[in-house]
Design a protein around this ligand. Structure first.
Ligand SMILES: Nc1ncnc2c1ncn2[C@@H]1O[C@H](COP(=O)(O)OP(=O)(O)OP(=O)(O)O)[C@@H](O)[C@H]1O
Length: 249
């Protein structure tokens, strides 16, 4: 469970360009929830993800993950709980290394529990089997440099890599913004499947209201650093697309 208590974040404090990015936000995200965050430009969505990830720290308030107070914990110390996928498919992988070596690196970095490196052939078989579940035919290309793949293929592999370690929380910051519609659809379906398979708690920022309607168990609209709307469960499922659009009217 992720808990944000009275979280406040101001940038450029005391300067003419001072901006309150997150304004005393209280939020509880339960284990297994898939929260989609929407909101206009500058409403604080990415800052909220950054605060949860720990690459920026709040001015005040408390953040806990599974009951642990992580408020002052730097990003690398939170990585045992958190994996993060960015907009740019190039971030998070080493272009010149093969797919299999990227998986090896990821496994080493996180001392993954779900994927023990073990014997070379055994590791390769495991990774191949996992990649095959993506249904993209990439299992036969594991010796190919990952940089030779398309953005969508790379983003799918990055997702798979990130959830194969012990992380419980997946942060997705506009993960499909750089992809064509078909690849974006594939990547989102894969993300949704992995979130369910590994029982992850996920937070996804998106500007795509169609995706926001179709995915997730809860939707949050942010505005001026606050939570404007917070809808979950059946109410979220029955949310009509035009209603969602009207939030931005
Ligand atoms: N490092 C920073 N330094 C100064 N101001 C910042 C910084 N990061 C964010 N801000 C400001 O904080 C506010 C919230 O930004 P944030 O990136 O969280 O919004 P967002 O909802 O993710 O926007 P977008 O949809 O455009 O990505 C904005 O006014 C932004 O300019």
């Amino acid at each position: 469970m992720i808990q944000l208590n009275n979280i406040h974040k101001t940038f450029n404090t005391g300067k003419p360009n001072e901006v309150v990015a997150i304004n005393k936000v209280n939020l509880q995200i339960n284990a297994g929830e898939f929260v989609v965050i929407v909101g206009s430009n500058g409403s604080g969505k990415t800052t909220l993800l950054n605060l949860v990830a720990g690459n920026i720290l709040p001015d005040s308030g408390i953040i806990t993950i599974d009951g642990n107070n992580v408020t002052r914990l730097p990003e690398y110390k939170r990585s045992k709980w958190i994996a993060r996928i960015f907009q740019n498919p190039l971030s998070g992988t080493a272009a010149d290394l093969s797919i299999i070596d990227n998986f090896r690196l990821a496994a080493l970095r996180t001392q993954t529990k779900r994927l023990s490196i073990g014997k070379n052939e055994q590791f390769k078989r495991l990774v191949r089997d996992k990649i095959a579940t993506l249904g993209m035919g990439l299992e036969d290309k594991v010796e190919q440099p990952i940089g030779t793949l398309s953005g969508g293929q790379r983003q799918a592999l990055t997702l798979l890599m990130s959830v194969m370690d012990t992380c419980k929380i997946l942060l997705l910051d506009e993960p499909t913004a750089a992809l064509d519609p078909r690849s974006a659809g594939n990547v989102l379906r894969i993300a949704d499947g992995l979130i369910k398979e590994y029982h992850l708690t996920a937070i996804m920022v998106t500007h795509n209201l169609k995706d926001a309607g179709n995915y997730g168990s809860r939707i949050i609209q942010m505005g001026e650093g606050t939570v404007l709307k917070d809808i979950a469960g059946k109410e979220k499922d029955s949310l009509q697309q035009n209603e969602l659009y009207s939030w931005f009217g």
